[in-house]
Every structure is written in C-alpha cells, then in structure tokens.
Ligand binder design. Structure first.
Ligand code: GLP
Length: 236
C-alpha cells in the first residue's frame, strides 16, 4: 500500500491525475475504472487541462464506471452517466461508445448486472480503478453488509448514504433508494487501485478501512488485500 499525503484538495487532485495520466501515457489502450462523488471532480478537471495542453490522449482509452442510480436515465442531470459526461467525457477525446456506466433504466436489473460483469471481463478487466470512499466505508455503492457482494448487483442505499448524497438533489425525497454497483470482486480484480479521500470527515473511516479488521461492515477494508493500492489523501 502506498500512502500519499496531499497538502490540499488541489494538490490531491493533481497527484491523483498524475497517476492516471501516467497509466494512460504508458498504456494508451488502458481500461480505466472511474468513480463519481465530489472527490474525483478535481482529478477530472486536471486531466482535462492536461488533455487540452496536448499532454494526454484518450482516443484509445475505455472506461467502466462503478455505479448508477436505479431509475435514472443518462439524460437525467442527477444520473452518474450525466455526471461523467459533464465532468469528464465531454471535454476529452474519448469515444463515447468506449465509456460504460450501468444502465439505471434497464428492464431487467439482474440481466443488466450480468451484462455489466460480462462487459468488464470482455474488456480484459480494469487496469486502474479510481475509488472514492463513503463515510460508512462504502466503495462504489457497496454498502456495509454481512458479506462482501462479489459481482455487479442491485443495492438498497443506506439512510446515511441517501442523506450524504441528498446535497446533489433538490430534496432528499428525490434521491433514488436503489443503485446498481460493481461488486467487490471486479473492484479487487483491477490491476491497480487508486483511492482518493479528502477532508477531515474522511479521516476516521479511511483509518478504519486501511488499518482496522477486514470486514464487510467496512467494505473499503478489503482493499488492504490488494497488491497495488495507492491512497492519495488530504485530511485538512
Ligand atoms: C457516492 C459514490 C461513491 C463515492 C461516495 C463518496 O456514494 N457512489 O463512489 O465514493 O459517494 O463521495 P464524495 O467523494 O462526494 O465524498
């Protein structure tokens, strides 16, 4: 495990973007696992800036996102597909057809979960997975449970997650109660993992995840078992 302390959010974003850009420069056909939430926004901004300067080329990159709210279509501004387009894909030279996010409007949820796992495996797995962390230790939308869920699955979001994510919606009632998320197995099978955590309020959970017992009640704790985990953090 490599721990990289950042001075502030801008520094964290630059450091994380540096790791992602190194991946893309060294392996232009990389499959990147991407995340939503407020933490990676600065990382995406930095990558966009470097792309605009001509330093990174995304034309052969493929991406798979961790999760999507159930019941939201990609043109809904609260959906994670919309978030990714707005905050990243629309500003770089990636081919839209090479960007994948679970379909929150699929007719059959089970079938969609199966399709998503198959897609990841057809892409040859994930080279670098970017992760944020929820206050309860969730990664993607893998909420604290009695057992680790391995494959892509539907989750009932915890009250605390719904509350935390309500800031992106007009009211808490608009926050979907369910989501589709990549499972722990696909995340752990990524060849490299980059976890970003920002803010005082993330300090406790990051410490529990990295140094506490490995338990499904803190889903991010499984990352201790990954052989190539980098954590970029700022707890200021
Ligand atoms: C959401 C996402 C997670 C993300 C978490 C933390 O629940 N599904 O992937 O890590 O939020 O977000 P933030 O970075 O805004 O704290």
């Amino acid at each position: 495990m490599k721990l990289i302390e950042a001075k502030n959010y801008a520094d964290l974003s630059r450091k994380a973007a540096n790791i992602i850009s190194a991946q893309v420069i060294l392996s232009p056909r990389s499959v990147l696992g991407l995340a939503t939430g407020s933490t990676p926004i600065g990382t995406y901004k930095q990558l966009i800036e470097w792309y605009q300067k001509g330093d990174i080329d995304f034309s052969n990159v493929k991406t798979v996102n961790l999760d999507e709210y159930w019941g939201l279509s990609g043109d809904n501004p609260q959906s994670y597909r919309y978030f990714m387009d707005e905050n990243f894909f629309n500003h770089i030279n990636i081919k839209k057809e090479n960007t994948f996010v679970p379909n929150g409007m699929a007719k059959d949820a089970e079938e969609e979960c199966r399709r998503y796992d198959e897609l990841i495996s057809n892409l040859g797995g994930i080279d670098l997975q970017l992760l944020g962390i929820g206050h309860n230790g969730h990664i993607g939308f893998n909420e604290p449970e009695k057992a680790f869920e391995k494959t892509t699955h539907m989750v009932d979001l915890n009250e605390s997650t719904i509350k935390a994510n309500a800031r992106f919606f007009n009211s808490i009632d608009e926050v979907p109660k369910r989501a589709i998320t990549m499972g722990i197995k696909s995340i752990m099978q990524a060849r490299k993992i980059l976890l970003v955590a920002n803010g005082k309020d993330k300090k406790d959970i990051v410490e529990r995840a990295l140094y506490g017992s490995i338990t499904p009640s803190v889903p991010a704790s499984i990352l201790q078992l990954h052989s190539d985990l980098t954590v970029v953090y700022c707890f200021e």
